[in-house]
Ligand binder design. Structure first.
Ligand code: GLU
Length: 441
C-alpha cells in the first residue's frame, strides 16, 4: 500500500500553528513511508473561500518546506461529487428533507426537554413520492441527509486514540447537501479521500464525530475506509485554547525572526513523548515520527520554547544557508564566530556592526585606562592574536580572570558579553583594534 496523506484546509483564512502542525504531521507520515502528501483546498464554500488565502497557504507551506506532491481543489471536482451523490441516491443512502432550521430547533428542544438525545427523527423518510412531488410543485427544494445504517456498528482503531466505537442509533443522519445544491464538508471529503487513494487521515480530535459518520460513507461508496488518527488539540502555554494561538500565523513568526526549521522541529514533536530535535532537515524528523508516541492530553504550544528551538537551529545553520540574509561583507569565518550568540538571524547585523565599527565603548576607570594603553602596546607587537595578547598582558600586569579580560572586551566591542574574543579579534583586525584600545585608554 502506498501511504498517501492529505492536508485539507479551507481557504477562509491564513494558516495558524494548529493547522501547520496537522499539515506537518501528514507530511511526516507520508515522507516516512516514501509516500505522497497532497494539498486539498476545501473551497466548496464560494462565499467564504478566497484566492488570496489559497496563495497564502501555498506560500506558507513553501516557506516551511512542506511541498505537496499534488494539489487538488474541491471547487474543480463538483462533477465527481454529483456522480457519486447520484449513486448514493440510487442506493437509497441519501434522502430528501424539508425541515426548516426553526422546525429542527423545535424538535431538538422537545427531545432535550424529555431528557432524550437530540437526534434527528427521520420524519422525512416517511414522505411518499406524491409528497415530494407536491413539495416540488410548491417550489420547495429539499436538502439531503445521509442515511446512517443503524445495524452497522461504527468501529475503527485510531492511530492515536486506540479502539473507537460509536452507535449509529445515537447519531443524527448528517445533512450532506443544502437545498441550493451546495455541499457541506462531510461527503465531498470522503469522495475525495476515495478518489485520491488517501490511505491515512490524520487530523484534529475535533473531527472524531465526523469520522464516525464518514466511516459509513466510505462503506456506502463501496470503499475501504482509510486509517484514521486524531490528535489532541493544540493549546497555549497557559493550557487554554487561546485566541492568540488561533491567529498566530507564519507571517508573524517570520517577522519575529523565527526560522521555518524551528517551527518544524517544535511542531513535529508537540503532543508526543519525544524530545524536540532541532534538526535542520525535516526528512530527518520523518524517520523518527511515530503516531504511537502521541498522547491524549492537549499539546501545549509555548512561544518561549519556540524561541529556544529557534536559537538552537540558528546555531547549526551553515553559512551557505544564511549567506543571502547576512550583512554585506560578512564571510564564513565571521558567521562561525557570531552564530553561537544569535537567537535571531537579524542580530547578526548587530554583531557585524561590532566588528566593522564604529562602536561606543563604556568609559573605563583610571587604572583600567593604564591597562588598556599597555594592551595597545602589546597588540602592536603581537597582532590581532587574542591568546598572545592576553598571555603577554597577564605576564606584564599580573592581572587574571575578569580584570584581565573584561576591560579588553569592553574596549574592543563595547559589550560585556559576546562571541569568543579569540575569533572576534582577527575579524576586527589589528588596525581597528589598536584604534579602539587607544580610544578607551
Ligand atoms: N477542510 C476541513 C477542515 O479544515 C478538512 C478536515 C479533514 O481533514 O477532513 O477542517
Amino acid at each position: 500500500m502506498t501511504v498517501t496523506t492529505r492536508f485539507a484546509p479551507s481557504p477562509t483564512g491564513t494558516l495558524h500553528v494548529g493547522n501547520v502542525r496537522t499539515a506537518l504531521h501528514n507530511w511526516l507520515l507520508a515522507k516516512q513511508a516514501g509516500g505522497r502528501f497532497l494539498l486539498r483546498i476545501d473551497d466548496t464554500d464560494k462565499e467564504r473561500s478566497r484566492e488570496e488565502y489559497v496563495e497564502a497557504i501555498r506560500a506558507d507551506l513553501a516557506w516551511l518546506g512542506l511541498v505537496p506532491d499534488g494539489e487538488e481543489r474541491q471547487s474543480a471536482r463538483f462533477e465527481l461529487y454529483e456522480r457519486e451523490f447520484a449513486r448514493l441516491v440510487a442506493a437509497g443512502r441519501v434522502y430528501r428533507c424539508y425541515e426548516t432550521a426553526q422546525e429542527l430547533e423545535l424538535k431538538r428542544k422537545v427531545l432535550l426537554g424529555r431528557g432524550l438525545p437530540p437526534i434527528y427523527d427521520r420524519a422525512a423518510l416517511q414522505l411518499s413520492e406524491a409528497d415530494h412531488a407536491a413539495k416540488a410543485a410548491a417550489g420547495e427544494r429539499p436538502h439531503w441527509r445521509f442515511l446512517l445504517d443503524h445495524d452497522q456498528p461504527i468501529e475503527w482503531t485510531d492511530g492515536i486514540r486506540g479502539p473507537q466505537h460509536f452507535d449509529p442509533r445515537q447519531m443524527s443522519d448528517p445533512v450532506v447537501r443544502r437545498a441550493d445544491g451546495s455541499w457541506l464538508y462531510m461527503l465531498p471529503s470522503v469522495i475525495d479521500d476515495v478518489a485520491m487513494g488517501i490511505s491515512h487521515v490524520l487530523r484534529g480530535e475535533d473531527h472524531v464525530s465526523n469520522t464516525a459518520t464518514q466511516v459509513q460513507m466510505f462503506t456506502a461508496l463501496g470503499a475501504e475506509p482509510p486509517k484514521f488518527a486524531h490528535e489532541a488539540l493544540l493549546v497555549g502555554s497557559e493550557g487554554k485554547l487561546s485566541k492568540r494561538l488561533g491567529s498566530l500565523g507564519m507571517a508573524e513568526l517570520r517577522e519575529a525572526g523565527i526560522e521555518p526549521q524551528a517551527v518544524i522541529a517544535l511542531l513535529a514533536r508537540l503532543g508526543t513523548s519525544d524530545p524536540v530535535d532541532p534538526a535542520l532537515d525535516a526528512e530527518a524528523l520523518a524517520a523518527s515520527f511515530n503516531l504511537a508516541h502521541f498522547g491524549r492530553a492537549p499539546a501545549r504550544f509555548d512561544e518561549t520554547e519556540l524561541a529556544r528551538v529557534n536559537a538552537a537551529i540558528i546555531h547549526r545553520l551553515p553559512f551557505s544557508a544564511v549567506a543571502d540574509c547576512l550583512p554585506a561583507g560578512m564571510d564564513e569565518a565571521a558567521w562561525a564566530t557570531i552564530r553561537p550568540n544569535l537567537s535571531r538571524l537579524s542580530e547578526a547585523a548587530d554583531w557585524w556592526q561590532v566588528v566593522t565599527g564604529p562602536i561606543a565603548a563604556p568609559p573605563q576607570a583610571d587604572e583600567d585606562r593604564v591597562y588598556l594603553a599597555a594592551a595597545a602596546g602589546v597588540l602592536e607587537q603581537v597582532g590581532a592574536d587574542w591568546a598572545a595578547l592576553t598571555a603577554a598582558l597577564k605576564e606584564q600586569t599580573g592581572r587574571k580572570g575578569k580584570p584581565l579580560f573584561l576591560p579588553l572586551r569592553q574596549a574592543l566591542t563595547g559589550q560585556d558579553h559576546g562571541p569568543e574574543m579569540a575569533a572576534l579579534l582577527p575579524l576586527i583586525g589589528q588596525a581597528a583594534a589598536l584604534e579602539r584600545l587607544r580610544a578607551a585608554a
